[in-house]
Design a protein around this ligand. Structure first.
Ligand code: UD1
Ligand code: CA
Length: 409
């Protein structure tokens, strides 16, 4: 067995989200929040991830059915985070290595933080190590209790804090690394002696400390990375933070984002060097944009869009599931759906592909160097040869094109 495994807790009902969907399936910038947590584990070399599911378990399993490194663990009744971890007992009780524990509702976790945690665990030779954050507003989170020497004594949940403890700004983001054997021994001793009558994983740390093992808390989590998602408000807050990260990375890669506050880019999008994204552009889904493109303002790019280099998309242009070759220009008020557009094609204002016939979606294939005048309706399925010229206001179908071909014979 690998020397380090991970447990991700994702069984909770999430009353505070007021949702029928499992909380961990709610999306942050285009991906379910659980996906980010799993990726962080993978980035630090974890090869086996035990994901504890309960509420809406089938939805979660289905969404991640292709992940071969996941072992699904069922928690039928949600009796707290310690109880959730104990559900992994049959898989892990004999495991001699280290166990990383994270929550599925903490998508802002970074691999770098986990590396720090792993490093500290090693240098300190601790039985358990946790990473903490210091927040201006710690409300809702478990507070870190330290003694006069700075050693951690335990974690007190928000609901259990005295008014004095409520003032502690160092919190538990739920990023832990345990020596597995010590963890499972401690879990057996956790009691549900609290307001919620739940088994708290945070109490396992107190047990570990009182049984004489070394527990280390390292303040290694930037405040923005500690946001756990319990409510829709926190979901929007985390999405904002994630959006900033995505844009930061793109800008480092050489993309100009004129107004980051008024631009939204999916985490799955790829954008090439020297492309300029103008304000109010919305990029959703798997979208690939080449180099030197100019997108927006007010452009809407949807799943399956591929723009090669030097493409210009202007105001109120929507593109879905289409590939636009080098130098294509679609400057104003157009819809391009399920199309292939050849090199240097110009699509005039207000032209659209009519891709849906009421029953199915059809493709449009536009050759190189075509000129489509303003206000054209291209009724799919349709194929326009290289160099075709469609005059303004034309409603064109394959039938008409074939007929034109016949007439000119
Ligand atoms: C938990 C921590 C708190 C920490 C906060 C960080 C405990 C007791 N408290 O509180 O110290 O500051 O996270 O965000 O651990 N879950 C299960 N089964 C259960 C209960 C929960 O799988 O029976 C899962 C949830 O789906 C969730 C995670 O565990 O993904 C954390 O549970 P949640 O109820 O959100 O705990 P918090 O109150 O946020
Ligand atoms: Ca939470």
């Amino acid at each position: 067995m690998a020397e380090r495994v991970a447990i991700v807790l994702a069984a909770g009902i999430s009353n505070r989200m007021n949702t029928l969907l499992s909380k961990v399936l709610h999306e942050v910038c285009g991906r379910p929040m659980l996906a980010y947590v799993l990726d962080a584990c993978r980035q630090v070399g974890v090869e086996k991830i035990y994901v504890v599911v309960g509420f809406s378990a089938d939805q979660v399993k289905h969404r991640f059915k292709d992940a071969e490194d996941i072992v699904w663990v069922q928690q039928d009744e949600q009796r707290g985070t310690a109880h959730a971890v104990l559900c992994c007992k049959e898989h892990l009780m004999d495991f001699e290595g280290q166990t990383l524990i994270l929550c599925g509702d903490g998508p802002l976790i970074r691999a770098q933080t986990l590396r720090t945690l792993i490093e500290k665990h090693k240098t300190e030779q601790s039985a358990a190590t946790l990473a903490t954050a210091v927040l201006d507003d710690p409300s809702g989170y478990g507070r870190i209790i330290r003694d006069a020497y700075g050693n951690i004594q335990g974690i007190i949940e928000d609901t259990e804090c005295t008014s004095e403890q409520l003032g502690i700004r160092e919190i538990n983001p739920s990023y832990y690394l345990f020596n597995n054997k010590v963890l499972f021994e401690a879990l057996e001793k956790v009691k549900p002696d609290n307001v919620k009558k739940e088994y708290y994983l945070t109490d396992a740390l107190s047990v570990i400390i009182t049984t004489g093992h070394k527990v280390v808390a390292v303040t290694a989590v930037p405040a923005e990375e500690a946001v756990g998602i319990n409510s829709r408000a926190q979901l929007s807050q985390a999405s904002k933070i994630m959006q900033r990260r995505i844009q930061q990375q793109l800008m480092e890669n050489g993309v100009t984002i004129v107004d980051p506050d008024n631009t939204w880019i999916d985490v799955r999008a790829q954008i090439g060097q020297d492309t300029v994204i103008e304000p109010f552009t919305y990029i959703h889904g798997q979208v690939k944009i080449g180099q030197g493109c100019r997108i927006g303002p007010f452009a809407y790019l949807r799943h399956g869009t591929v723009l090669k280099n030097d493409v210009v998309l202007g105001v109120y242009t929507e593109v879905k599931n289409s590939t636009l070759a080098d130098g294509v220009r679609v400057r104003h008020h157009s819809y391009i759906g399920d199309a292939t557009v050849g090199r240097n094609v110009n699509i005039g204002a207000g032209s659209i592909t009519a891709n849906f016939d009421g029953e199915k979606v059809n493709r449009t294939d536009i050759g190189d160097d075509c000129y489509i005048g303003s206000g054209a309706v291209l009724i799919a399925p349709l194929e326009l040869k290289d160099g075709s010229n469609i005059s303004a206001g034309t409603v064109i179908s394959q039938e008409k094109i074939d007929k034109l071909g016949e007439d000119t014979k």
